[in-house]
Structures are given as C-alpha cells and as structure tokens.
Design a protein around this ligand. Structure first.
Ligand SMILES: Nc1ncnc2c1ncn2[C@@H]1O[C@H](COP(=O)(O)OP(=O)(O)O)[C@@H](O)[C@H]1O
Ligand SMILES: [Mg+2]
Length: 203
C-alpha cells in the first residue's frame, strides 16, 4: 500500500477470513491481470472469461480500462505519472475485490513493468499476469477503435506501441496469443490455468 497522507490511522480488521469466503463461494480469490497493447484483446477476452466463470458459479468481475477512466480515474490522463496512478488505483481496487473473495479481472494496457510489479506486490499469491500477445502487427491491423490510425497520423500523443513504450512481461503466469488462438480457445486457456492452480474447481 502507498504511504497515506493522513496520520493517526489504525487498521481495523474484520472477522471473516479468506478460507471462510472461499468455502462460501466454492473457489479461491484471484486477480487476473490482463496486460497487452491496445487491440490485443484484453477487453474481449476478459469479458468472455468473466461470462464463462459466472456460468460456472464463480463470483467474477471485470475492471476495464476505459470504463474505469470514465469514473474512478476520470481525473487521470496518459502521461507516465498518470498511467502509474491509474494502475495503482486499479491495484488497490483489485485488492479489495480479492479480499472479498472474488475473481477480479483487470483489462488495462498497463505498459510499465514497475507498475505491474507494484500491483503484484499488493496481491501476494493472488496475482495471475495474463499477457495478451498477438504482436503489434496483428493488434494494429485489428485497430478496433481506429486509434492506431490516428496515432500514426500524429493525432494521439503517447500512444502505446507507437509513440509510447510497452514493456512486455518477462515471466507472466500465462501468455495468450490471440492472433493464433480463437476467442473460445483463448478462454479455455485461461480457465485451464485457473483450474490447474486450484483457483476454480473442475466443472
Ligand atoms: N482470441 C481472441 N481474443 C480476444 N480478441 C480477439 C481474439 N481474436 C480476435 N479478437 C478481436 O480482437 C479485437 C480486440 O479488441 P479489444 O478486446 O477491444 O482489445 P483491447 O481491450 O486489448 O484494446 C476485437 O475486435 C476481437 O474481436
Ligand atoms: Mg480494452
């Protein structure tokens, strides 16, 4: 957690522990942290995984980049410090969801390794980094929001992959090549990983 500005704070713990919540829900809590270029498939894949999890009775919820930037993080832009604060807040919100026993899925470009490492540090043993990686050429060819076109025309400053860096994960728990796999195959790859880790039970 970040150092609070206020002093005289005392943490007040609750009475319900993680085991009790897992027993209630029938699965473990986790944060699936989807990271990748714009157009890589984070929103499409995370919402499809969310739907598949909910169909299995898992308490799952997606926090999506643009959605969160329209609300909680509407005061933040895309300068490096704003991107870092964006990810810090997402990490803290994800921590609350995990504390509640849920499987939370985050779908943010989250281009900086240090920011993702900070989110991971907030979620010991619960952080599953999913590198959504069809490669830049495929993501740019998809261009679902027409943003690469505008970025190449110089209309969007600091666009990840074009005029701002993307620091690829070095040791993600899972890498999904959404250029090679269909959406259904990509969902299956994520579910198989969660099952192999004992986060969700076999169907
Ligand atoms: N296996 C796959 N997983 C996810 N998206 C895929 C896959 N194959 C093709 N796509 C397409 O790629 C695009 C990804 O866009 P989106 O999910 O908005 O990306 P992001 O949220 O990473 O910016 C969508 O048009 C989606 O239909
Ligand atoms: Mg998206």
């Amino acid at each position: 957690m970040a150092e609070p500005k206020a002093s005289n704070l005392t943490w007040h713990g609750g009475h319900v522990d993680a085991e009790r919540r897992a027993a209630l829900l029938g699965h473990r809590a986790a944060c699936l942290w989807f990271t990748g270029l714009s157009g890589s498939g984070k929103s499409t894949l995370s919402t499809a995984v969310e739907a598949a999890l909910v169909a299995r009775g898992v308490q799952a919820y997606v926090l999506d980049g643009d959605n969160v930037r329209m609300g909680l993080n509407s005061d933040l832009g895309f300068a490096p410090a704003d991107r870092a604060e964006n990810i810090r807040r997402i990490g803290e919100v994800a921590r609350l969801f995990v504390d509640s026993g849920a499987v939370v899925l985050t779908a943010f470009i989250s281009p900086y390794r240090a920011d993702r490492a900070a989110a991971r540090a907030l979620l010991p043993d619960r952080f599953v980094e999913v590198f959504v990686d069809p490669g830049l050429a495929v993501a740019e060819a998809r261009d679902p929001k027409g943003l690469y076109k505008r970025a190449r025309a110089g209309e969007i400053p600091s666009f990840t992959g074009v005029s701002a860096p993307y620091e690829a994960p070095e040791h993600p728990e899972l890498r999904v090549d959404t250029g090679a796999l269909s959406l259904a195959e990509s969902v299956d790859a994520v579910l198989a990983h969660l099952q192999s880790q004992g986060i969700i039970p076999a169907p």
